[in-house]
Design a protein around this ligand. Sequence first.
Ligand code: C2E
Ligand code: CA
Ligand code: CA
Ligand code: CA
Length: 285
Amino acid sequence: AKEKGRGTYQVFDGHMREQEVAMAALEVDLYQALELGQFKAAYQPIVCLESQRLVSFELLMRWQHPTLGMVPPDKFIPLAEETGQIFDMGLWVFEQACQQLQQWRELVDEHRLPTIAVNLSAVQLNQPNLIDKLDVILARTGTKGRHLKLEITETALMENTQAVNEILGSLRERHIELAIDDFGTGYSSLSYLDQLPVQVLKIDRSFVNSLIDRGEEHEGTQEIVKATISLAHSLKVKVVAEGIETEDQWRTLHGYHCDFGQGYLFAKPMWPDQATEYLLDNLDR
Ligand code: C2E
Ligand code: CA
Ligand code: CA
Ligand code: CA
């Protein structure tokens, strides 16, 4: 590219600067987003593949930006992790989940209440006094830990530090279940599975996606997914498959005895009112 002369450089530099400026602007806006109430919680059902019953909702964060519209979490979560804003945002998300549970408890018998799964970024594992802060929210909202799950990526959990172990122990004491998120995308080692206090494993969408590619069965992926499910089960860990979009994927995963599924085939992420409606509609199934 160097030989192409200065023109190329200028175009390249100009482009970079534009992106940097856009990112910097987004960062500034992100600082105020919480205060201005621009974050929203969406809820996506997780269902039992056998009975198709609703078992849980995953809370997925949304940012309603005043001029850019809906900014996807893949854009703003990494930014928030860099700036440390993820700490406050994470507590906000946790509180939303607890408040939602409180609201649903008024409509639904406690034993039929779905759990809410909340994503916890690796960075949050380093938040000072994280557990104390979660305890304050649990107490304030009168929420029992067993109605909540935390989803953490495997790479975050592999950091077997004292701090992480203490947090995992505290979650266990509070009956907050732990799910390994995006399983298979990191340097996953199935051998870690029995060293961690994990109750749920979420197979990443990329695997579900390539089980069957345009009608063509993908044997390699199928074997990996089958083996993952059976090993998880032998360790008493339940399995959720992410991103199920087709009947074929659902049938295949059900055939592998995968416990739960999440994906557009069942439902897309919904705003709280729709989620409540979905919950009430699915109670008597
Ligand atoms: P994730 O935890 O893997 O969440 C699943 C993502 O897959 C969600 O994307 C969901 O909308 C999408 N999805 C679900 N079913 C389907 C399907 O059938 N097909 C397709 N194509 N996609 C499906 P979303 O909401 O854009 O979130 C992206 C990521 O952002 C999440 O991935 C998670 O890592 C992160 N994220 C979202 N909310 C939070 C949060 O509150 N805290 C943290 N730390 N991270 C969050
Ligand atoms: Ca997740
Ligand atoms: Ca996931
Ligand atoms: Ca994923």
